[in-house]
Design a protein around this ligand. Sequence first.
Ligand code: NAD
Ligand code: UGA
Length: 468
Amino acid sequence: APVNVKKICCIGAGYVGGPTCAVIALKCPHIQVTIVDLNQARIDAWNSPDYALPIYEPGLVDVVRVARGRNLFFSTSIDVAVQEADLIFVSVNTPTKKSGVGAGFAADLNYVESATRHIAAVATSSKIVVEKSTVPMRTAESMRTILEANSKPGLRFDILSNPEFLAEGTAIDDLFAPDRVLIGSLQTPEGKSACQSLTNVYANWVPVDRILTVGVWSSELSKLAANAMLAQRISSINALSAICEATGANIEEVAHAVGRDTRVGPKFLRASVGFGGSCFQKDILNLVYLSESLHLPEVAAYWRQVVTLNEYQKRRFSKRVVDTLFNTITNKNIAVLGFAFKADTGDTRESPAITLIRDFLSERAHVTVYDPQVEVSQIWFDLSEALPDVPLEQIKKQVTIANTALSAAQNSEAVVVATEWKEFRDIDWRAVYDTMKKPAFVFDGRMILDRDALREIGFEVMTIGRGD
Ligand code: NAD
Ligand code: UGA
């Protein structure tokens, strides 16, 4: 019979574990949820009395305010939380490997494996272990092997795959009303019973027809497939944006016309400076690696091209800036508005803004950055990582971090919009114009600005996917 889940432990208090399990706690007051992490600073931030949470996500604070201390707890006492739990989410990071076999492509499973070994070492009762992290196919099998080989005799471990589909910036809405919840299990009576236990947790607020139960391998592959197909849509529209810029076509009109076909659908067709975020590139490369390991080179090449096109899009944009500014930006001031990989998040992982700034710096421009959410220390960290051969003191001579969009634009020859923050639309553009060198250029990498109004003021405006 399915276990009646009373206590949940989530290992990993990051962008996924934090919001996901906070929402479970909110929606299931009868379940005690403890989110644990090795990172003391992160846990302290989750517990901070003034709710200065470690991640910025609209609506998250309200969820934590209600549930924290009631049935939601954040802790570094991993052992206790694991021992007490009936069900454990493993929601640790799975970055692309930096060295060794599969470097640059395969997922680094070190964190998943050590979390799994930790569960095996301390568990004193049977558990349902849920793979929440995005992982290569067959990881659930490895987790099972590790748990069975290292645990105390007589304990049972049922492994489920339950990938997360939330997008940053809309995580809380996505979790409150998911398109679907996917649960993969072995098709044995025990596997199906564990699957039912987790289904019962989600059924507290998700309609049951949105809870899809499948085999464990299908579940693992579906997560990679969903991200690959979403990213592929963006690379498709971005590839078309290059054609638009070279002709008189307008990518917004093209996307609208194509998206009106109900078979294509209107969403996720916005041309941009390129996609960023911690997962799209990582998960596609993971799929490329899988395809190669399975001796399917054509399949690998197909998916790899989605990433190649994205790199091209970023390079193409920074080249357009240089070309337009009379083929040199040396010693010129470029204001970059936005550093996060998308609006409504403070997350900068794989942000296209980083690539653009790196390109501008290599042309020896001076760059001023403004982002409403990203921490100053994070910007320095990301730029040092992007320019490993340049000492930070040198980077700091070329880069200034501003507190407002207006001050970032002061004395600049060009303003580049890299993130689609709503506030960039509402800046006092006339005031911006007055502070800038002339001709004053605006490069809209996100299609959010009112071109006519800006041209009226006197700006030279360049928009992604528009030749005029
Ligand atoms: P993250 O880096 O924000 O969080 C992971 C956390 O796990 C870190 O705080 C780290 O300290 C902790 N951790 C690592 N090993 C641990 C261990 N052994 N014991 C305890 N804590 C440990 O990562 P994230 O963005 O939350 O992503 C987690 C997983 O979810 C990844 O596999 C990712 O691909 C997937 N995912 C992410 C998103 C997203 O929007 N960020 C969406 C869907 C899926
Ligand atoms: C993405 C997926 O949307 C989630 O379903 C998935 O769970 C998650 O990856 C993950 O596995 O990590 P996320 O990366 O948070 O979520 O954000 P998206 O909204 O997908 O945006 C990704 C990037 O694509 C951003 O840089 C965004 O600006 C860009 N984008 C998005 C476009 O350029 N055009 C679009 O039309 C949509």
